[in-house]
Design a protein around this ligand. Structure first.
Ligand SMILES: NC(=O)c1ccc[n+]([C@@H]2O[C@H](COP(=O)([O-])OP(=O)(O)OC[C@H]3O[C@@H](n4cnc5c(N)ncnc54)[C@H](OP(=O)(O)O)[C@@H]3O)[C@@H](O)[C@H]2O)c1
Length: 387
């Protein structure tokens, strides 16, 4: 196997750490170009030393001196600031993991698409904000894009491109999050601590809250529409509390091809790293004899209105999904800081989408401007909910 150059954008996050955990096992196979993080510079420095990275970048300029100090006496170059993250993404690498959280991942991911190489995409917000523009660029630059989200990795593996006209529907599974069985009165009072405690997956705070509101599944519906070129009507969300079936594709002959595995992100990350081959991943093997009960049921959109909102936005326009995403990011942040209640997250997002004129977006710069406007509007509705 020849040595492949690798960059990890967001190496200090949950996906980033899992990616590092795989790459560190094969030092002879990977040449690590750049690692980027934001606040957690001690972990970033540790990872850079462990992987012998050429460059470590923190998006936070105020952390430059700390990172420099932590990496003194090593050959690792140090940079800081968001522009330096974008620059690191622009540098050639054979394989790049895009795992920054939120719309902050959009510009760095676009750099990867434009410069070529394989893009392993975990940052779903990139497609939610700008899927049409991003997928056009993927086509134009002939980028190899491998989805990392476990559901999309599952669909990628079970969707038979040569039988596309025979696809009946995509079954997108969802754990249902920690409040799957809870009523609205309960959810009105939940704390950030309760919301981030996901039953099956150990993830970053933002995606954990998104899973609890089920906005994560809404974002994934939009992500799937762009990745697999299917209309929103063809995507059926299924609550599957055990998170063993990661998603499935149903065909018009009645076949349903499902992908199964233990809930461990190192499986889809390894798949994206090895594609088109497969590699051994350090994960537990699925024992179906121990899975006495795999259950599936339809989601309740009255208790989880984020699903309805996301579908509506996807049907409306690219601007609507970009606005929804920005409002959701702001509202999740406000919830995590204790400023608004759990159910206010979707209420704020709905208000912002309703109030935005939703101007058409043709470029990434248009999307970024619209994202900023939506964040300003979200601040207003967050302040209103705080009264
Ligand atoms: N976690 C999962 O299992 C999972 C599964 C499927 C998809 N995803 C998707 O993968 C992405 C990452 O999720 P995660 O759970 O790994 O998130 P996370 O644990 O919060 O990590 C986010 C990463 O982004 C960095 N970051 C945060 N803000 C930044 C900014 N403004 N500029 C540059 N870097 C920034 C963080 O740096 P610091 O930590 O140093 O501050 C960290 O490296 C999300 O889009 C999520 O939806 C995650």
């Amino acid at each position: 196997m020849s040595v492949r150059s690798v960059t990890i954008l967001g190496s200090t996050g949950s996906i980033g750490k899992n990616t590092v955990d795989i790459i560190r096992r094969y030092p002879e196979h990977y040449d690590v170009k750049a690692l980027t993080g934001n606040q957690n510079v001690s972990l970033l420095a540790e990872q850079a030393k462990l992987l012998n990275a050429k460059l470590a970048v923190t998006a936070d300029k105020s952390k430059y001196a700390d990172l420099k100090e932590l990496l003194s006496g090593t050959k690792v170059e140090v940079e800081a600031g968001f522009d330096a993250v974008v620059q690191a993404a622009r540098e050639q690498a054979d394989w790049t993991m895009s795992s920054i959280v939120g719309a902050a991942g959009l510009l760095p991911t676009m750099q990867v698409i434009q410069r070529g190489g394989t893009l392993a995409l975990a940052n779903k917000e990139t497609l939610v904000c700008a899927g049409e523009i991003v997928m056009k660029a993927v086509k134009e630059h002939q980028t190899t894009l491998i989805p990392v989200d476990s559901e999309h990795s599952a669909i990628f593996q079970t969707l038979e491109e040569e039988h596309r006209p025979m696809i009946d529907r995509i079954l997108l599974t969802a754990s249902g999050g920690p409040f799957r069985d809870k009523d609205v009165a309960f959810m009105e009072k939940v704390t950030p601590q309760e919301a981030v405690a996901h039953p099956n997956w150990n993830m970053g705070a933002k995606i954990s809250v998104d899973s609890a509101t089920m906005m994560n599944k809404g974002l994934e519906i939009i992500e799937a529409c762009h990745l697999f070129r299917v209309p929103v009507e063809k995507i059926e969300v299924l609550i599957h509390p055990q998170s063993i079936v990661h998603s499935a594709v149903g065909y018009k002959d009645g076949s349903v091809l499902a992908h199964m595995g233990m809930p461990d992100m190192r499986t889809p990350i390894s798949y994206a790293l090895a594609w088109p081959e497969r590699m051994e991943a350090p994960t537990a093997r699925l024992d179906l004899t121990k899975m006495a009960n795999l259950s599936f049921f339809a989601p309740d959109e009255n208790r989880f209105p984020a699903l309805r909102l996301a579908k509506q936005c996807q049907k409306t326009s690219q601007s609507a999904t970009a606005v929804m995403n920005a409002a959701n990011e702001m509202a999740v942040d406000a919830f995590l800081k204790g400023k608004i209640g759990f159910l206010d997250i979707v209420r704020v997002s709905e208000k912002v989408v309703e109030s935005s004129p939703l101007p058409a977006v043709a470029t990434i710069q248009d999307v970024i401007s619209l994202d900023h406007e939506a964040r300003e509007m979200a601040k207003h509705y967050i302040a209103e909910r705080m009264k």
